[in-house]
Design a protein around this ligand. Sequence first.
Ligand code: PLP
Length: 388
Amino acid sequence: MKPSERLSRIPPYLFAELERKIAAKKAQGVDVISLGIGDPDRPTPALIVEAMQEAVTEAETHRYPSNRGRADFRQALSDFYERRFDVDIDAETEVMPAIGAKEAIFNLNLAFLDPGDVALASDPGYPVYTAGPLRAGGEPVVMPLVPELGFIPDLDAISEETARRAKLMYLSYPNNPTGAVVPEGFFARVVAFAKAYDILVVHDNAYSETTYDGYRAPSFLATPGSKEVGIEVFSLSKGYNMTGWRCAAVLGNAQAIETYWRLKTNIDSGLFEAVQLAGVAALSPDGDAEVASMNELYRRRRNLVCEALAKIGVHIPPPKGTIYVWAPIPAGFESSVAYCEHVLEQAAVVISPGSAYGPSGEGWFRISLTTPDDRLAEAVERLAAANL
Ligand SMILES: *Cc1c(COP(=O)(O)O)cnc(C)c1O
């Protein structure tokens, strides 16, 4: 059986060799600690679980949901955007539930790209920003994020020809994997650029609720003019410890949402209504305290990791958001993968090679903060002891 050409165009999986080595270590009985994947270790807050328990006993939730979503979930998203971001969202036309942000981002490519169309993708970035356009027959063009520019793309470096061919632009702040937050004024420049070249901006808002040190992340949709050119994909996965629930939404430009809906009716049958009702509970003001207590936990873990890295000579500013610490590999290693393999060998700790997130991630590594405190403490001790 031969896979399709489109599937074959996806680059080979960078972690393959690393994963083989992790499996071999575990098979030898070595106590491997993984700081690789970003998946909250704490359970979903009781307030949300209880709302789900109640909803699931209601027979009305058991049938096919509508693809537009329940009116009360759309209203809850609209109220949340007003309360949290000061953004006005029409609950009828400017919001639609999605079965996770990953699904939404992938499918948007099928809705907006024709063969040969360009999708501009932050690099390093969430891998779906490049794999999605490829699978849709489009052409991803990466926009490097470098520390000198605060990990934002240099819009002036995008050629006129590429900008004219571009139909989509993927951005995400607070940013995975770099942990960067958006500098003042950048979103306004993106809006102007998108207007000039008729590009739909897709802002992946997976981490707005996960921030530290008093920083409050804005929505892209709070930028004047943004709704004319953009949509935002909001996910409850990371902020509310709901990765397994598949609960997200697309908000913003009504025409883009209508197009997404047309596509969606051909692909999936909507988000389980009980999950939508759990989402209503999460987004209520009662959810805020849960988010705040998670952030306090991550803040402590972030400090632990940054202090341990400083001890081994890696000095980085502590990130103001996301569940990741992004740092340059020490001198003397030829690549991110080589360094991560070395750390696995010497300390039995798994960290992610930056190159897995795109070519500009080469020379960096990512540590996820979603490991229980005692294991994380042990992992950083091992790193420090082995002087890695
Ligand atoms: C985790 C993550 C997602 C996926 O969110 P889901 O709603 O669970 O699919 C999307 N974008 C980024 C940047 C992420 O880190």
